[in-house]
Design a protein around this ligand. Structure first.
Ligand code: UD1
Length: 427
């Protein structure tokens, strides 16, 4: 297992290329299941979760061919071909490692008439049930059975039928499953209280490239006309807004200046507003986003909520940054029930944070001090890296595999802009 070692205190400056979005890739890859013709995705990030998802699709009979991107667009290119579905079972061994695997359920069911997917179970940041996914598929005519840790969905004889899906909460994954299933259902489907995240918009545009007709893109009411078959397509994965926001935090916490090449302001409104309130200026240019910090940070009051509000996936990174703000900040996590695992680790570096229920009070301290810390989940791990960049002395982050799930070439990108960071094998 690897660890990351950071000697903090360097002010970051320079250009950071933003990779293709992990969460968009994880919903675009299963679109391949919807067609017997090839789907090519450009700007694919090199991440453990993306590789894992590719292996799951291979298991289902989808062939994958990976190529390097062009010089002007460095992300990789993957061509997926699901001419024949070889299996309709997503096994425990694969789903266990990656909860996002649940989004094969909708497209597999729609294309093959049945799908059996291991129940993902809980994860470090919370219970994460899939009841909304299942209700959505039932609204399209599916029969759901749960047995031996698996969910089996079966379509009616003639295939799924368009229907009205009303989500009790704008779940990202449930919206994705519903959309992909509805793309091959007979007639129109309407998804109400749909998630509005930019990754859902990316999914809609990919489905349109494959021949779907969709109204209400980006709104909480999406209408999609089902087709009997979808065609192949080529589509570019959107830039990773959470990676961009994380590097903006790296600029902020080190009082630095970074250009986030390829990042889009439109995906990050709430985050950019919070940065502005904290005293960090972000401006959009032709190239991406320019982030300028002056070394002083004002405290914030932030509550996470579904898009377009402040994303839960940025909460841990903001918390690290606010540890060094001039005053007390209040963070409230409303999406996941156990998403403060970075708090005790930040505490070991000298942070002053008190958690009561869903709310964390972060009192700014004058300095953080390097320590050995344990990564617990993806974004929590990034918060420790950020704290390490600003801390005095050396920080060692253990269990780096969490970071590899979602940050492409992290050490390389950070050292290129002046961080003293390296990866070492723990063995
Ligand atoms: C996606 C993102 C994740 C992000 C999250 C919220 C991917 C691969 N992951 O996760 O990075 O943090 O959105 O923006 O895109 N819920 C239920 N029942 C369900 C489904 C969800 O109760 O059937 C609850 C969850 O437990 C959670 C909330 O709804 O409390 C939001 O979950 P959801 O939006 O579904 O998140 P994911 O799609 O799992």
């Amino acid at each position: 297992m690897d660890q990351i070692i950071i000697r903090g205190g360097n002010r970051l400056s320079g250009r950071v290329p933003i990779s293709g979005a992990k969460n968009a890739a994880l919903t675009l890859l299963p679109c391949a299941l919807l067609s017997d013709q090839p789907l090519t995705l450009r700007n694919l990030p090199r991440l453990a979760d993306v590789e894992g998802f590719g292996h799951l699709l291979n298991e289902l009979g989808v062939s994958t061919k990976l190529e390097r991107g062009r010089a002007e667009e460095p992300g990789r290119v993957i061509t997926l071909n699901a001419a024949d579905i070889a299996s309709t079972v997503a096994p425990y061994e694969m789903v266990r490692k990656m909860r996002a695997s649940i989004v094969v359920l909708g497209p597999l069911l729609a294309r093959a008439g049945e799908a059996t997917v291991s129940l993902p179970g809980g994860c470090a940041i919370g219970n994460r049930p899939i009841d909304f996914h299942l209700k959505a598929l039932e609204a399209l005519g599916a029969t759901i059975e749960l047995a031996a840790g698996y969910v089996k969905a079966t379509a009616p004889k003639g295939g799924l039928v368009g229907g009205r899906v009303v989500l009790p909460f704008p779940s990202v994954g449930a919206t994705e499953n519903a959309l992909m299933a509805a793309a091959l259902a007979k007639g129109e489907s309407v998804i109400e209280n749909a998630a509005r995240e930019p990754e859902i918009i990316d999914l809609c545009h990919c489905l349109i490239a494959m021949g779907s007709m969709i109204d209400g893109i980006g709104s909480d009411r999406i209408a999609i006309q089902g087709r009997s078959a979808l065609n192949g397509a080529e589509y570019r994965v959107m830039p990773d807004r959470i990676e961009a926001g994380s590097y903006a935090c790296a600029a902020a916490i080190t009082g630095g200046e970074l250009t986030l090449v390829g990042a889009r302001a439109a995906d990050l409104h709430a985050v950019i507003e919070s940065f502005a309130e904290a005293g960090v200026a972000i401006t959009e240019t032709n190239e991406g986003l320019d982030v300028k910090a002056n070394g002083k940070l004002r405290p914030l009051t932030i509550s996470t909520a579904p898009y377009p509000a402040f994303p839960t996936d940025m909460q841990a990174q903001f918390m690290a940054m606010l540890c060094l703000a001039d005053g007390a900040s209040v963070l409230t996590e409303t999406i996941f029930e156990n998403r403060y695992m970075h708090v005790p680790e930040l505490g070991r570096m000298g942070a002053d944070i008190q958690v009561r229920g869903r709310t964390a009070v972060v009192r700014g301290v004058d300095r953080l001090v390097g320590a050995e810390v344990m990564a617990t989940d993806l974004r929590a791990s990034m918060s420790l890296v950020l704290a390490g960049l600003a801390a005095e002395g050396e920080t060692r982050v253990h269990r780096v595999y969490h970071l590899d799930r979602g940050y492409e070439r992290l050490e390389e990108k950070l050292s290129a802009v002046g961080a003293d960071i390296e990866r070492r094998s723990e063995g």
